[in-house]
Structure formats: structure tokens, C-alpha cells
Design a protein around this ligand. Structure first.
Ligand code: PEP
Length: 250
């Protein structure tokens, strides 16, 4: 049976006081459920605080990006080795905001994915199309290309210890969610691409949906056969909502 994962992406939000309150609420209310992993991916400066507050609990933590380099003259960058030292289990790679606002290419995303794995981190690889690309009928081509770039570089074996997140760009932070049928169609497509290389790994791969997941739509999305959890932005900053979304995955 495939494991499920619900990961929060705090983006560039938080403060020491707000994080403490949010994590206290999650620690007291987020039940540990067999087969479902829950995590928060936080801004770099808060990793130490979050590690201190979550260690010994069932809630994992991670970062939102990393450098493809392990060390060196890369001012402002953070390596997988550093994330490891702060107890991260996960790191998001290739989020659409990194691709569009920071110019990350498919090749760079693949290098980041492999850097994460060199340091024992579980990459959550994000793929997704813009509204324009969907309307042109290019969704599968775009999303397939993003996924294949990493498959070609890391090999299918890399996906034995990674998660994939389908995040249509038009649904991120917009309040406009993909329908459960649209999400299922793309998740099925992605799993089939992985299955061409290794059926066993494809079957076990957690494919998360991200894009305006809320307590009101989570259950319907997560009950689709190939939707194995979610990558949650805005709603992960509200304890009631994140707890309800995690419960919807169980
Ligand atoms: C995200 O940040 O990856 C995301 C899906 O955001 P939201 O849930 O706010 O759409």
C-alpha cells in the first residue's frame, strides 16, 4: 500500500512567535495515522526553531529549495548538507515560484533533486502547467517534459525515495482548484510515465496534488486513485485547516 504525504509549504511566511503558536496547535491536534506522513516545509531561518519544536513528534519538517552544489562560493545559497544538519527530512524542488521567479530550469531542478538525495533528503519534485499552456492543450507535454528531465538525470531509482507533486500553476494561491477529475487525469499520466521505466517504483510513488487545497475540497481530491496527498500552501498556515486536510488524507 502506497504511503500518503501531506506537506505544508509555508512559503515566505512566519515569525518566531507565529511559528511557535502554529506548531503547538499542530502538535496537540495532529493525530498520527498509519500510512500518512505529515510535514511542514519552512523558510531557512526557522529550521532551527522548527527542529527544536518538532523533534520527537511524528511531524516531519523540511525546506523549500536547496542549492545543487554541496559547498563553495555560492553566496546566499543553502546546501543539502546544511539542511541535513537541521534534521530536515524533505525538501521541495522545482516549485513553480522557483521556476518562474528565479529562473530555475529543468536541468537545474534535476541537479537540485540529485543534491537532495546525496544528503539523504526526500525531494518533493513539483511539476505543473500555466493556464496558457493548459488552454493551448500543452499540459501533458509541459508536465511530462518537467518530469522526464529529472527521470533522465536521476533515473527511475531516484523516485524510490522521492515524492512528486502535480501543481497546476493556475491553481496555486488563486482559490481555483483543479477538479478531482483533472487532478486524477494528470496523476495517472505521471504514474504511467514512471511505470514505463519501472512499474514497481511507479506503483509506490506518492503523487501529491497542490493548488488551493482547502478543508472543503481535500477529501474529494484525496479519494481519487492516484492522488496520494497534497502540497498545501496557504491552508498550511492555519492550524484548523492543515489538521483537517491531514485528516482528509487518512
Ligand atoms: C503551494 O504553495 O505549493 C500551493 C499549492 O499553494 P496554495 O495551496 O496556497 O495554492
Amino acid at each position: 500500500m502506497r504511503r500518503r504525504l501531506v506537506a505544508g509549504n509555508w512559503k515566505m511566511h512566519g515569525s518566531l512567535a507565529a511559528n511557535e503558536a502554529l506548531l503547538a496547535a499542530l502538535k496537540s491536534r495532529l493525530r498520527q495515522v498509519d500510512g500518512v506522513d505529515c510535514a511542514v516545509c519552512v523558510p531557512f531561518p526557522y529550521l532551527n526553531q522548527v527542529a527544536g519544536l518538532l523533534s520527537g513528534t511524528h511531524i516531519a519538517w523540511g525546506a523549500q529549495t536547496l542549492s545543487e552544489h554541496d559547498a563553495g562560493a555560492h553566496t546566499g545559497e543553502v546546501s543539502g548538507a546544511m539542511l541535513r544538519e537541521f534534521g530536515c527530512r524533505y525538501v521541495i524542488v522545482g516549485h513553480s515560484e522557483r521556476r518562474s521567479l528565479h529562473g530555475e530550469t529543468d536541468q537545474q531542478v534535476a541537479a537540485k533533486f540529485m543534491a537532495a538525495q546525496r544528503w539523504g533528503l526526500v525531494p518533493i519534485l513539483c511539476v505543473g502547467e500555466t493556464l496558457e499552456q493548459r488552454e493551448r492543450g500543452d499540459t501533458q507535454e509541459v508536465v511530462g517534459r518537467q518530469f522526464e528531465a529529472v527521470l533522465n538525470a536521476a533515473g527511475i531509482a531516484g523516485f524510490a525515495s522521492a515524492a512528486l507533486a502535480y501543481e497546476p500553476v493556475w491553481a496555486i494561491g488563486t482559490g481555483r482548484t483543479a477538479t478531482p477529475a483533472q487532478a486524477q487525469e494528470m496523476h495517472e499520466f505521471l504514474r504511467a510515465l514512471a511505470a514505463k521505466r519501472d512499474r514497481g517504483i511507479a506503483q509506490e510513488l506518492a503523487i501529491l496534488y497542490g493548488g488551493s487545497v482547502k478543508p472543503g475540497n481535500a477529501k474529494e481530491l484525496f479519494t481519487r486513485a492516484d492522488v496520494d496527498g497534497g502540497l498545501i500552501g496557504g491552508a498550511s498556515l492555519v492550524a484548523d485547516d492543515f489538521v483537517a486536510i491531514c485528516e482528509a488524507a487518512s
